[in-house]
Write a protein that binds this ligand. Structure first.
Ligand SMILES: Nc1nc2c(ncn2[C@@H]2O[C@H](COP(=O)(O)OP(=O)(O)OP(=O)(O)O)[C@@H](O)[C@H]2O)c(=O)[nH]1
Ligand SMILES: [Mg+2]
Length: 400
């Protein structure tokens, strides 16, 4: 699963990416700082099961800090866009092509309205961030419409004359865009458009279908950034009326906190509501900046919001959940003796065999049953895995 960080140019996308991945990318107060997308690893935050079992864990594919499991995931920081990108304006298709790979989108908006339509910085309160959301929706939809329209007549012929399947034909046309057949069927159901009359659809019908499809295939969370600035609070309220999950955030504040942790100045885990001073060699200036973040962001909003954006994207939009496979249910360990070494992200509603496949295709093929480490009960393929289950897979090859 890959999540793309998108939005108008100069809203703080790279700051968000850097705060999450700690990859030093270029951040500047000007449009089009990022041209080539940055790809990196960020972390999701989930309460670790080590506390439930009262054991000291030795994580391998993830990190555990004070009972909080940080689970690695992939993130893409995409070039910014300006209105007309779908027609090639600004960096145009450069941005749009990178969206192809994304399964969900984090839309970083300047909630303070301190960047104009073209991404030039302006006084807070001068740009309506609601317009930024509307325009990004429109840009992505128009770009997709353009792709579909290229072959529209052929597609209509396949369905009308050759009685081909519309869902198959459209999914095929959109291949390589991380859009699945189920997404297309669901978009048709929601719009109520009739496939039998596809040749009579208007441009608006097609736009309606495609924007609905985009919302299903590439769900979006709004990261309402720059909440440290004036006007953000009232704009956040208005952004919440658009029907997307909205998380107020201060990417710059999160980046400063993460860097202060790296320098050993404070202790802070992403997503925390406060930090603790660790070093006595902290300068007055460093303290002043940290105290501003504390009062303007942490105390006022409850956190910097950056971690919550990540968790919303993977747990709510993509409906993933963490599950812990182990080989020994007594020691909760793998064959190397590592305790609760791995956590896997798996779609909600998955069964133990699907977990086995995620670990290794052989293990899925030879799956016999699973065992729940909490209840010691045997679980068949009909069992629906729960969030934070600790599971042993029994296979014909007797390996996990
Ligand atoms: N006040 C404030 N400024 C921020 C925040 N996050 C980012 N910025 C500033 O916004 C400006 C743009 O940041 P970038 O991260 O480069 O923005 P971008 O969206 O990647 O921009 P492009 O790559 O040019 O499209 C920089 O001056 C950042 O310091 C924040 O939370 N608050
Ligand atoms: Mg950037």
């Amino acid at each position: 699963m890959l999540v793309g960080v998108v939005g108008k140019t100069n809203t703080g996308k790279s700051t968000f990416f850097c705060a999450v991945t700690l990859i030093p990318v270029v951040i500047e107060n000007r449009p089009f700082t990022t041209i080539k997308a940055n790809r990196g690893i960020g972390y999701l935050r989930s309460p670790c099961v080590c506390g439930d079992f009262n054991v000291k864990d030795t994580p391998s594919n993830s990190i555990c800090i004070d009972g909080i499991r940080l689970i690695p995931i992939e993130l893409l920081d995409i070039a910014g866009l300006v209105p007309g990108a779908w027609q090639g304006k600004g960096l145009g298709n450069m941005f749009l092509d990178d969206i192809r790979k994304a399964d969900a989108l984090i839309h970083v908006v300047d909630a303070a309205g301190a960047t104009d339509e073209e991404g030039q910085s302006s006084k807070p309160g001068t740009r309506d961030p609601v317009k930024d959301v509307e325009f990004l929706d429109y840009e992505i939809s128009m770009w997709l419409v353009q792709i579909v329209k290229k072959d529209w007549r052929k597609l209509v012929q396949v369905v009308d004359v050759m009685k081909g399947n519309f869902v198959d034909a459209l999914t095929d046309r959109l291949s390589g865009l991380s859009i699945k057949k189920a997404h297309v069927s669901e978009a048709l159901r929601r719009t109520g458009l009739e496939v039998e009359h596809v040749s009579k659809w208007t441009d608006n019908d097609l736009l309606n279908l495609i924007s609905t499809l985009r919302k299903i295939a590439k769900p979006m969370v709004i990261a309402a950034n720059k909440i440290d600035l004036p006007f953000a609070e009232e704009n956040v309220k208005r952004l919440r009326e658009l029907g997307y999950p909205v998380v107020p955030c201060c990417c710059e504040g999160e980046l400063i906190l993460r860097r202060a942790v790296e320098r050993g100045l404070i202790s802070y885990t992403p997503g925390d509501k406060d930090f603790i001073y660790k070093s006595t060699s902290i300068t007055d200036e460093q303290k002043r900046v940290l105290e501003i973040i504390r009062s303007k962001v942490l105390f006022k909003w409850g956190s910097t919001g950056v971690q919550q954006v990540m968790d919303t994207a993977f747990f709510k939009l993509l409906q993933m959940m963490p599950v812990y496979p182990v080989e020994d249910i007594e020691a909760l360990a793998d064959h190397k003796g590592r305790v609760l070494p791995d956590v896997f992200l798996i779609p909600q509603g998955s069964n133990p065999r699907q977990l086995a496949y995620l670990i290794h295709s052989d293990l899925g093929d030879t799956f016999i049953y699973a065992v729940d480490a909490r209840t010691k009960k045997r679980l068949g393929e009909d069992y629906v895995l729960k969030e934070r289950d600790v599971i042993k897979i029994i296979s014909a090859k007797a390996r996990t």
